[in-house]
Structure formats: structure tokens, C-alpha cells
Design a protein around this ligand. Sequence first.
Ligand code: GAR
Length: 195
Amino acid sequence: MKNIVVFASGSGSNFQSIIDAVESGNLSARITGLISNKPGTKALDRASSHNIPWVILSENDFGSYEEYSEILLAQLLEWDAQLLVLAGFLRKIPSNVIGAYQNRILNIHPSLLPKYGGKGFYGINVHRAVIKAGDVETGCTIHIVSENYDEGPILDQAKIPVLADDTPEKLAARVLQKEHILYPKVISDYLKTLD
Ligand code: GAR
């Protein structure tokens, strides 16, 4: 069974869907830790209530970015991470971590990449842009993380229609439902391809 470490910055509803999949036996993996970049998030409560170790690591709390990157990597090694799963993590992953975990970092993004990816496109901003552009469909994408934001190889996508009365919030909620189904499944399939 492989060890996964989840990164989440906010509510952690995707993190919860991964916990649920592990606990129900649909995802054969151990969640050995959660990394968050800020205190007081719901993701941390979810970790605590499922006995998952967590740490808060933010570059702002270190003397230099290098120091932050080294401490982050050391934590991942301590948790014996074999796959890193970004679930609403809104910070860039340092390049030493990307280098150490080549093809072993997955991310979920709430749009049909390559549309609405890159800097500034996260969370509700993405859904606002979709509605503003008048798109008739949207969805979510799971991809392998590379050095460039939201640009790594795509593993899978799920689509939904954009409805005439959609608001960014309504769209976010419907895309999230798709995310919760897709992410555990893609993680499970992907783990089977790793040595
Ligand atoms: C999710 O919609 C996820 O796709 C998005 O943040 C939300 C986190 O929700 N991620 C990004 O925008 C990454 N660029 P959650 O905390 O409830 O899982």
C-alpha cells in the first residue's frame, strides 16, 4: 500500500473525499500527513478528526524560501510520501520538491484545462471567468504537476453544462461534486501505475 500526503489550503472538501475513499476501501492508500499553509482551516479539523498528522508550513514563517523548501521536503521524507496530492493548495510547490517527486505530484483544478489555468485562476475566480466568457460547459481537471502552474500532463477531466441561471457559487458547487467523484478514482488508478 502506498503513502500519500495531501496539501490543502482551505475547506478541504476534496481532502475529505480522499479520506472517505480510503476509509471505505475504494482507494488503497495510507494518508500519512496533511500539509496546510495556514492555521484555522477546515482541512486541519478534518485531519485531526481522522487521526491524520498535519503541519502548517508557510514560506512567510521562514528566513528564506530555500529554508522553507528544505523543511517541506524533510517533512515529506519523514512521512515517507510516495505520492503528493494537491487538493485546493493555493501555493506554488518549490522546485526542489517537484524535482524529488517527478511524476508523483497530482493537482485538481476547477476548469477544463488548458482553459482558465495559470496565475490568478483559482477557486471562485475560475467560475467567474467561465460565466463572463459565456462558456456552455466547464468542469474539472486532474493533472500531473510540473514546474509551470496548471500545465502538467492531464490525467482526466469531468464536464458539466453551464446553466443559464448559474452564478459562480452555483457553478463552483456543481463542479466540486464532480471533483469529489473524480479525484479519488484518478488517484487510485494512478497509484497502480507507480512502482
Ligand atoms: C477546488 O475547487 C479545487 O479544484 C480548487 O480549489 C478548490 C478547493 O476546494 N483548486 C484550485 O483552484 C487550484 N488552482 P476544497 O478545499 O473544498 O477541496
